[in-house]
Design a protein around this ligand. Sequence first.
Ligand code: BES
Ligand code: MN
Ligand code: ZN
Length: 492
Amino acid sequence: MRIEFVQADRANPPAEGAIATAIIDGGKLSEGAQDLDKATSGALARAVAAGRFKGAKGASLELVAPAGRESARITLLGVGDGQWNGESAETFGASAYASTKTSGATTLTLLLPGVSGEEGARAAFGATLASYRFDKYRTTEKADKKPSVETVKVAVDDPAAAEAAWGDLKALADAIFFSRDLVSEPPNVLYPESYAQRIKALESMGLEVEILGEAEMAKLGMGSLLGVGQGSIRDSQLVVIQWKGGGDAQPIAFVGKGVTFDTGGISIKPADGMEDMKWDMGGSAAVAGLMHVIAGRKAKANVVGILGLVENMPDGNAQRPGDVVTSMSGQTIEIINTDAEGRLVLADALWYCQDRFKPKFMVDLATLTGAIIISLGNDVSGLFSNNDELSENLLAASKATGEQLWRMPLPPAYEKQIDSMIADVKNTGGRAGGSITAGLFLQRFVNKVPWAHLDIAGTAWKKPSSEPTIPDGATGFGVRLLNQMVADKYEG
Ligand code: BES
Ligand code: MN
Ligand code: ZN
């Protein structure tokens, strides 16, 4: 989809295609709506007077081919109090796109005189995020079911300012799409090696990408990660991505769980809904998306991204419940349930990260536990951390982006739930506080470095989605949040 920023011409509002404009609570016409109202001999004011639609936030009303604008369809979108800010502009753009995408119109104009350039760019960002669609495997969809909108024109007073603000937002949207694509790919197409190759291709953006295979990981002693992939015919991979935009500053690091398919292994999952476990690599996709935007906007920071990529399959060679593996840290792990595999992957990936890079901090992202969905549902991710400052920075970025986090505790008293009878630690801690004992497990593989763990099991994938900027399916959760934190706190 193309984005164009154009001059809002107050005397000559657009006459073609789909046009979206704002109505303020109480039925008040925004500046753009006033212009269209004049051009249609008062059709907008009459429409608002005729029914219940009075501009309440989220409400909308469609006017098709009104006299004076015969070749247009006008969507009136309620914006509540009419106070424009980045967030309201973004929602406006997303809702406008969602309500016109299959109308048949090929052009959608967001008519926004009186709105700043920066807010205009955010409207374009909202429309772009809403336009995400993963349709590469559809071959028989009828043309009249496909989205028709090809171009979104954003009409503002200062299109040059909007264009300038769009650069970083475009880079962010591209990265979110990259992340959503990875999550949406089927597991026969996206497996550790094919995934690693897609990341390798990001070298064209200036990122450095190293891929470690099973032999290299075995040499490093990564028995915990390798045990998970041992039942799969696919080779496990550890992908190390680096962006060096920050001179000689100590790097910051992000680590992602990348289980390209989680059957549960020998502790096999029920058949119902198992297909969802293709998105068990959502944490790694968030890290990959973050690296994409960091490179896309040439961030002034040194950033490391590490993806632990494995497929968890049952097989004659698969890991058994009862096995004991030795992690890179030297700690031994008793496998109680082969379905608690994400923490096993992260144990070695986190250890490797701190050992090699000595980062300022590490943040890991993982679709780690079903228990976090019971705790926080599908709109809020769990934040676990050994460090208050890092937590505050993440929570501030969460507030700024709307990607919600809630800090969860790591009570030392629960450690005994993961003490093993025969090894240093066991990989499950029972039903009580399942997300917390998973966090405590990870913490055993983190030394003094500030660390945070985001459990995104509830938020990586949404069906149905609750926000206009997120179509059903892969959300890209984390890309925007982490990019915001890096931009606000760790550049310059
Ligand atoms: N990938 C799952 C967690 C998950 C569940 C993500 C549902 C998204 C939706 C993880 O590997 C897992 O299976 N966790 C187990 C842990 C248990 C065996 C201790 C779980 O949550 O049931
Ligand atoms: Mn599992
Ligand atoms: Zn899993």
